[in-house]
Write a protein that binds this ligand. Structure first.
Ligand code: COA
Length: 431
């Protein structure tokens, strides 16, 4: 039973993103808010959308600015958009843009909105660095002190270790395990070899390089003038290595388990800066505005498992649910887009789709089956293109609907794994 049957169909009209840049490189001077504004304003201009018609803006980010935590509202307050535009932010780790999209879609399906922009952005070049608790306590005490000696006393309590800053770790708060360590564990538990991981990484780079060379990937981007000089434009993702080879990948040393590991910088997604946004509309609103939808959201599902188990395996639980809600099978999918946090995770998820054990865990009597690899991540994935946590879900959605249209396909499945043992899947149908 399609999930949106009782409500209105939600159309995906278009998507736009910034080029993705490895953290610390070309886009390092831009905040997530600025990256989001660039993607959203291009989306409005490219679709010739009347800004006054937008009802809602939902945006995802994983590491928000401490000073402006509601990224969506900051974006909505750019001069192009009306000040009355309702806007709020969501966080669901690497599936944050997916959460933004499904929140906005729900509002359209319910009839609460007709036109919504949803997406996400991440600036991993500028993650917030915090003072230790001891140092913060001393600063607060000093600010409240009424005399010079009381102020000095507050600072006297600071110990050497208090000067060590705290940087956000890509690790599970409950288990302490980093994403990379989880990927290592999943490779071992699912029997995923180094060769398989490197082959998937190579395919990711080759497909993304092809998509860049023939303009399919770059068509989804808005060129970004690079601050502070604004003398040059960034026009394509800078992590794609058109020259990488199986031999070069095989030569890289494991990062997260140096002695026995298989996960390397080459078969992991890099830390990345970027922003992405999609335009969603009710069918009636699209018709009234003369906009041709690319696809409709047919169904979606979220799932979760114990993060201490296989942190990035929950797409295996979400995908069968989304397909069941769509009333469709994996075989009917013309394209499959899977977020590539690590090659080890994608390959573990693919193994899970074929496994009786995981089917039963998801509440089904038989597995989904094997994904046709010629339909998987045909324009590359997060390993090559990059992975700005908050933005990836909107990047994947845009690519899926564009490529579905290009190939004349009918149905597409996307999956995204996320911290906390969360997983997402969505089925789209070409309009
Ligand atoms: C894996 C990780 C630690 C690597 O970081 P890094 O060391 O800064 O990565 P680099 O890009 O500098 O690559 C390291 C080396 O591998 C090489 N390399 C990377 N990819 C390569 C490829 N495809 N082909 C050939 N060489 C490659 C680089 O050239 C570099 O070589 P050098 O040291 O001689 O310059 C980092 O990307 C990371 O933490 N990724 C995971 C992020 C994560 O957990 N995300 C959450 C997932 S949801």
């Amino acid at each position: 039973m399609p999930i949106y049957e009782p409500g209105r169909r939600v159309a995906i009209i278009a998507g736009v993103r910034t080029p993705f840049a490895k953290a610390g490189t070309t886009l390092r001077a831009l905040s997530a808010i600025e990256l989001g504004k660039i993607a959203v304003s291009e989306l409005v201009h490219r679709t010739d959308l009347d800004p006054a018609s937008i009802d809602l803006l939902v945006f995802g980010t994983v590491l928000p600015s401490v000073l402006a935590p509601n990224i969506a509202r900051e974006i909505a307050l750019m001069p192009l958009l009306p000040k009355r535009l309702d806007a709020y932010s969501v966080s669901r780790a690497c599936a944050s843009a997916n959460q933004a999209i499904t929140n906005a879609a729900d509002q359209i399906a319910l009839g609460h909105a007709h036109v919504a922009i949803a997406g996400g952005a991440e600036a991993l070049s500028s993650v917030p660095i915090l003072h230790s608790r001891g140092f913060s306590d001393a600063l607060v005490a000093a600010s409240k002190a009424k005399t010079l000696s009381a102020r000095l006393q507050a600072f006297a309590k600071i110990r050497a270790k208090d000067f060590i800053p705290i940087t956000p770790a890509i690790a599970e708060p409950t288990t302490g395990e980093s994403m990379g360590q989880s990927a290592e564990k999943m490779a071992k538990l699912n029997g995923v070899t180094r060769d398989e991981q490197d082959a998937l990484a190579l395919a990711s780079h080759e497909n993304a390089a092809k998509g860049t060379a023939d303009g399919r990937l770059t068509a989804e981007m808005v060129p970004v003038m690079v601050p502070p000089k604004f003398a040059a434009a960034m026009t394509s993702d800078n992590g794609i290595r058109s020259d990488t080879t199986a031999a070069a990948l095989a030569a890289l040393r494991p990062v997260f388990d140096r002695r026995y590991g298989t996960v390397t910088a080459g078969n992991s997604s890099p830390l990345t800066d970027g922003g992405a946004a999609v335009l969603l509309m009710s069918e009636e609103a699209a018709k009234a505005a003369g906009l041709q939808p690319k696809a409709y959201i047919r169904s979606y599902a979220y799932a979760a498992l114990d993060p201490g188990e296989q942190l990035l395996q929950a797409p295996v639980l979400a995908a069968p649910m989304a397909l069941e809600r769509a009333g469709l099978t994996l075989k009917e999918m013309d394209l499959v887009e899977m977020h590539e946090a690590f090659a080890a995770q994608v390959l573990s998820n693919l193994r899970g789709f074929e496994s009786q054990y995981w089917a039963e865990r998801a509440g089904f009597s038989s597995p989904l089956g094997a994904v046709d690899r010629t339909r998987l991540n045909v324009m590359g994935g997060s390993i090559s293109i990059g992975h700005p946590f908050g933005a990836t879900g909107a990047r994947v959605t845009t690519t899926l609907v564009n490529e579905l249209e290009r190939r004349g396909g009918q149905f597409g499945l996307m999956t995204v794994c996320a911290a906390g043992g969360l997983g997402f899947a969505m089925v789209v149908e070409r309009a």
